[in-house]
Design a protein around this ligand. Structure first.
Ligand SMILES: *[C@@H]1O[C@H](CO)[C@@H](O)[C@H](O)[C@H]1NC(C)=O
Ligand SMILES: *[C@@H]1O[C@H](CO)[C@@H](O)[C@H](O)[C@H]1NC(C)=O
Ligand SMILES: *[C@@H]1O[C@H](CO)[C@@H](O)[C@H](O)[C@H]1NC(C)=O
Length: 647
């Protein structure tokens, strides 16, 4: 029987999804999204889709939450704009951080407003006059200390020290959650990590796993309900050979334990070798695929077993990395493919081309193949079915795919097909929307793709082991094995070692390639996790050594930002929300890393010029230390790094 025949068989119903980890983030609030209606309704009884309302773009109102510093200023300038030029209703305030010589923030509307009103009998004689009016018409606010006009009408704003201090103090009491940015989406799917069953996770999976986890953490912090989706490769023709090889090794059908199978990677290689060299085996393997897809019990069981063993391997890596994922592998979407393709067919999108069924996309040289010549499905068919499911069954407003940059073209074509089908709005700034989060390669110190000496791929577990043991060696060298318990030593070595690997990856713009170097990432100077974790531990130590009860100080003390380095640190703390917002909106974790590094630099400057313990400003400065530690810990948390409290 050929594999084409397999497709004539009815699709099997997938087993219930397996959870790689049961710990989903239940803390993130559940939001329903009534404004998003499904495009089609899947009726399980008739195995068909029925059209529902057309896909809608969602417009979500700005919330009454105070928002980021920038948003709060924008609100004030919005009022001022209405009062200054009431006839221009659709002008949005343009607020940006400005050169510290002139102030903290800047409103940049005057120039463009001038070009709009010029020659229309306006009372204003130029952009500078508009800037002056914008400044004069600002509603009274405790936020602003002073405003100045520069150049062609830029309004420079100096924020009030007292307001900055009070905002920080409020956060210390109410918690850093009150500084979470408000985003326009309520529910997102992030498709990341996604290893292939029966293959070991290697360094190539590192980036997707780490970047995807950080994006999920940042969105969760911003009160978005996130589905952390592990789209594992658990379906395809390779399972025929794996299953036949399993049958040969365990002819009596006994349950194969992890030990009995041994290294799953070796098992994969052995079956591949037989497939390539033994034609009898190859034929059996091809038949096994058909039996598996036809739902024959014995084959389903063997498949389940192989997936289980694989899963246990991943789970160990995820546990060490502190990453949680919910698995819905390729097999999950398989039963949906025929109906989804039928939908696309009804829209006239699918055409025959050289024996295959394809979707032509304008501007692309090759079409998107959705059914291969031999009748089989491929990545594109699975990805279209998964996208349909995420939009219509899971009601996701934002679907994010974290894969290497090489797959960008593929996803662009899938997204375009979804737009042509009316599943997604044509405009990129409307919801629901999809984003491809690409990333570059991990390079070895020779500048080539990172490999071990034997040119094998680098196993992820080996990297984690080495990072940990190097950190442990340093701690022992510093005499920590005498000072600390064995547990403390282990936990600190893991926090610093794994944190170093993550930070070295995340601090780069994800689109670039980066060089993997233990020596660099474990350096305790410079922009590394080690340096930042130590900086945090030092702040904690200062607070501990003061002997003061911080909980009490938060209630009774007051923060004052009289020294310029205190003020700079305070302002930087307050910018946390807008940085997280920017990192989320542009899907760029490196922005948060940069913020964290700047924070530690601002703190160091403050600490070198302002005496904390024993000074007359001790209470205020201890509270500033505490606020710095709180924000640093939140940054670590969002980057998936475990903070340490002593060094
Ligand atoms: C990353 O490395 C690959 C392979 O050497 C190269 O083709 C690509 O241009 C590099 N990407 C960037 C952004 O430098
Ligand atoms: C960090 O500091 C650099 C140098 O002052 C500055 O250019 C950059 O905008 C800062 N970034 C963040 C996110 O604070
Ligand atoms: C201190 O914070 C400001 C932002 O408020 C940033 O622009 C500056 O680069 C930081 N300073 C250092 C030394 O990183």
């Amino acid at each position: 029987m050929s594999s084409a025949l397999a497709l004539l068989l009815p699709p099997v119903v997938s087993p219930p999804p397996k959870f790689l980890s049961l710990r989903l983030n239940r803390l993130s609030l559940f939001h329903s999204s009534p404004s998003l209606s499904p495009t089609y309704i899947w009726r399980a009884t008739s195995r068909r889709f029925f059209p529902a309302a057309k896909a809608q773009s969602i417009s979500i109102m700005a919330s009454e939450n105070v928002g980021t510093l920038k948003q709060q200023l924008a609100k004030l300038f919005d009022e001022s704009l209405r009062a200054t030029i009431p006839e221009e209703l659709d002008v949005e305030p343009l607020i940006a951080a400005c050169n510290p010589k002139f102030g903290d923030y800047q409103c940049n509307n005057a120039m463009s407003l001038w070009t709009k009103v010029k020659g229309k009998g306006s009372e204003f004689k130029g952009p500078q006059a508009i800037g002056q009016a914008l400044s004069k018409n600002l509603p009274a606010s405790e936020m602003i200390e002073s405003c100045g006009i520069a150049g062609p009408g830029f309004v420079n704003v100096v924020l009030s020290r007292q307001w900055i201090a009070e905002s920080i103090q409020k956060m210390l009491i109410d918690g850093i959650g009150t500084w979470a940015p408000k985003l326009l989406v309520k529910r997102a799917v992030i498709d990341f990590s996604s290893p292939n069953i029966a293959k070991e996770m290697h360094v190539g999976h590192l980036r997707s796993t780490i970047i995807g986890d950080t994006l999920a953490r940042m969105l969760e912090f911003s009160n978005v309900e996130v589905r952390r989706r592990n789209h594992v490769g658990d379906w395809g023709t390779q399972f025929g050979m794996l299953i036949e090889h399993l049958f040969d090794k365990f002819p009596n059908g006994e349950v194969a334990s992890d030990q009995a199978i041994g290294d799953l990677e070796a098992f994969y290689k052995a079956s591949k070798q037989r497939f390539d060299s033994d034609s009898g085996f190859k034929e059996r393997a091809q038949k096994a695929v058909v039996s598996l897809q036809g739902g024959v019990d014995k084959y389903r069981k063997a498949w389940t077993q192989i997936c289980e063993i694989s899963r246990r391997g991943y789970e160990k890596v995820y546990q060490r990395l502190g990453v949680y994922l919910e698995e819905k592998g390729e097999s999950f979407y398989n039963p949906y493919i025929p109906s989804v393709l039928e939908l696309l067919s009804q829209k006239g999108l699918i055409e025959e081309s050289e024996g295959a069924r394809v979707i032509f996309i304008e501007g692309k040289n090759i079409p998107l193949i959705v059914v291969k010549k031999d009748g089989g499905y491929n990545y594109a068919s699975t990805d279209l079915a998964a996208l349909w499911y995420r939009l219509n069954e899971e009601k996701a407003e934002w679907i994010i795919y974290v894969t290497d940059v090489g797959q960008r073209e593929h996803f662009e074509m899938v997204f375009t097909a979804a737009k042509l089908a009316g599943w997604l709005p044509a405009e990129d700034n409307k919801y629901p929307k999809t984003s491809h989060v690409g990333f570059g390669l991990v390079l070895g110190e020779d500048g080539k793709r990172f490999r071990t000496r034997s040119t094998e791929v680098v196993r992820l577990v080996d990297l984690l082991d080495e990072a940990k043991s190097r950190c442990k060696a340093v701690l022992i060298e510093r005499g920590k094995s005498e000072e600390w318990t064995a547990d403390e030593l282990e936990q600190t070595a893991e926090a610093v070692g794994y944190g170093a690997i993550k930070y070295a990856d995340l601090k780069n713009n994800r689109l670039t390639n980066y060089t993997f170097s233990f020596d660099q990432m474990l350096n305790d100077k410079g922009n590394t996790a080690v340096y930042l974790l130590y900086a945090h531990a030092r702040i904690c130590s200062i607070i501990r050594k003061s002997g003061k009860d911080l909980e009490e100080l938060k209630k009774t003390g007051t923060i004052e930002l009289n020294h310029q380095d205190e003020r700079a640190l305070g302002l930087h703390l307050l910018q946390f929300a807008e940085v997280v917002e920017e990192a989320c909106t542009n899907l760029l974790p490196n922005v948060l890393c940069e913020y964290l590094y700047n924070l530690s630099e601002n703190y160091t400057k403050f600490y070198s010029t302002c005496t904390v313990v024993g000074s007359k400003e001790e209470t205020s400065r201890l509270l500033l230390c505490e606020a710095t530690a709180v924000v640093m810990r939140k940054c670590f948390h969002l980057l998936g790094i475990t903070p340490v409290y002593k060094i």
